[in-house]
Design a protein around this ligand. Sequence first.
Ligand code: DOR
Length: 432
Amino acid sequence: MKLLIKGGHVVDPANGIDQIADIVIDGQKIIGVDLGLSDQTISGGAEIFDATGLVVCPGLIDMHVHLREPGLEAKEEIRTGSEAAAAGGFTAVACMPNTKPIVDNSIMVSGILERARREAAVHIHVIGALTKEQAGKELAEIGDMVQNGAVALSDDGHFVEDARVFQTGLSYASMFDIPVISHAEEESLAGEGCMHEGLVSTILGVKGRPAVAEEIAVARDILLAEYAKARLHIAHVSAAGAVELIRQAKRRGVKVTAEATPHHLSLTDEAVYGFNTATKVNPPLRSADHVRSLIDGLKDGTIDAIACDHAPHAPEEKDVEYRIAANGFTGLETSLGVILTALYHSKELTLNQIVQLMSVSPAAILGVTGGSLAPGATADITVFDPDKEWIVDSKHFYSKGKSTPFDGKTLKGKAVATVVAGQFVMKNGEVL
Ligand code: DOR
């Protein structure tokens, strides 16, 4: 079956396209992006999707999500998390291994991929744990996991305190040319803090997690990656000093990449006034100077990707006192809207840069297909309206996680359709 996505503003940084054009799809593959192809295709009886006034780009990829399955299905399932992804305009996500049990062996990797093949609305990539049970002591079954499809390794949720273990893990991962993703927060400094350490935490009398806890961890991990000549990816960068460390490391040729989240790019610790537990996340929302540094890091290429750290929790884990509330919140259904509102409409980033950060770079970092509308590529495509204003209402989320600091906020920009391997999985906000 042929599909013609007609008259949209095609943004395809990998192929230098940023203009009104048609996209022709046959079966699972892209035939071409062109103005001339359409007539011939129409005569072949193609389905036509009118994308006039909309942006059409290679499918968005979120390289940092928590799908919670197996074991934590009260928070999320592969099916519901993947539907949230489709609703948010993502054609692929990579899921973190902090499930129950932890994804630290090949059976877990293949089990998730098998379940995803049957139930997921979008492509699912699996990130295996770096250490057994994410306990930071012994390396996980890295080779076996990679052979069975793991695309990266991470003890996300925890910093690997033992430098020797982390360095050995980096060396081992480098044999497979996959990145180790670091949750860089030094625990003896971050400790029991539950927000950014600064003026607001002092006013509120809440114990803080200082930026230096992240910076010292990033510094160590960069030095170890440099020593091991291995690929390191820093998850959810939130501190200005961490951005500068990554910038310097890149300059001297260290194989380091980094991501930032929509919440760290658009909110400050002032959101914690009122103690809404939807603002509680690790690393924490920081002050405006840190947010500025993150945006500058995106602009100069220090930060390679945007990933939302979709971290759904059950209501009973969030509807409690701030101090004991779970860290993290749902992100897939607001990610694109937040980025367009905070960074495109404010003229910080162009659409081309946003597609680079949300599609091209994540595909390259994980070494997975995607990020391109070249002829012959799998037809993973996102169509979005950059100007559509909408009010976030978490009651209507596909995700089981309803906690988000963006609830009730007006966003400008929304996914309109998501095409995975040539098939619509979401149209006009509805997952099919
Ligand atoms: O706030 C967070 N929640 N940060 C993480 O790194 C992990 C995540 C989770 O798994 O809930």
